[in-house]
Ligand binder design. Structure first.
Ligand SMILES: C[S@@+](CC[C@H](N)C(=O)[O-])C[C@H]1O[C@@H](n2cnc3c(N)ncnc32)[C@H](O)[C@@H]1O
Length: 215
């Protein structure tokens, strides 16, 4: 089990966030989001990064959505990649460490369950047009990603940013790539249909960075 360099007590079992960090190091301090939503948090690597990067100086409100059931792509293959209850425990452990370092500057909301339900609930509770930054890294199935994108757009304020992770991700299936089981088709559909309301930011292409310019 590895730990991030900044705190030896963190418990992370993968290095997914390490390749993203250099780009976020440039972007996040520029946009300084105060109200943040993450879809798919796993062990909290990106959540802990956002807390430790932003909440030392400013108060942030962070909403984390996760079913802690893993992706459907793992279940369809007949196995679950990780013991997800241990993943959830490591998320709680890691978030506690990050939160303790920023004392009263973190307003944390954990929404356990499926993203379609929780995104719709946030909208129904009046959170439309209120988020500065939304990170979409939940289900990788195109229909789910499309639903996450459309509901996130409604939750995002004008000028706010959505980052899609795994834009170019695909599974190594016996019959080749199935585009319906990848995020790209959904992200392309979203960026095409919303082209008058968003600006695609030029950045590292494994993720796709989008700014909302119109409601
Ligand atoms: C790739 S991991 C997220 C990684 C995390 N962003 C990080 O930087 O470490 C994807 C997560 O999305 C969650 N997930 C998958 N489908 C979901 C859905 N429909 N609703 C909510 N969470 C989902 C999984 O349980 C898993 O924890």
């Amino acid at each position: 089990m590895s730990s991030t360099p900044s705190n030896a007590n963190y418990q992370f079992t993968n290095t997914w966030f390490e390749s993203i960090k250099p780009i976020w190091d440039k972007l996040i301090p520029q946009i300084k989001p105060a109200k943040i939503l993450e879809i798919g948090v796993y062990e909290g690597a990106s959540s802990c990064y956002l807390i430790s990067t932003l909440a030392h100086q400013n108060k942030i409100e962070l909403h984390c959505i996760d079913s802690w059931e893993g992706g459907i792509e793992h279940k369809l293959g007949g196995f679950v990649e990780a013991d997800m209850s241990s993943v959830e425990q490591r998320f709680s452990h890691n978030i506690k460490i990050a939160a303790a370092q920023v004392s009263g500057n973190l307003d944390l909301h954990i929404h356990k369950g499926y993203s379609d339900f929780h995104l719709a609930k946030l909208l129904a509770n009046g959170a439309g047009n209120s988020f500065d930054f939304i990170y979409i890294d939940g289900s990788h199935q195109a229909p789910d990603v499309l639903c996450d994108a459309v509901l996130s757009f409604r939750l995002l304020k004008k000028g706010g940013f959505i980052i899609f992770d795994d834009y170019l991700w695909s599974e190594d299936l016996p019959g080749g790539v199935d585009p319906i089981r990848c995020p790209k088709l959904a992200i392309d559909a979203f960026t095409n249909i919303y082209c008058r309301k968003i600006k695609v930011i030029s950045a590292w292409l494994y993720q796709l960075y989008v700014q909302k310019i119109e409601d």
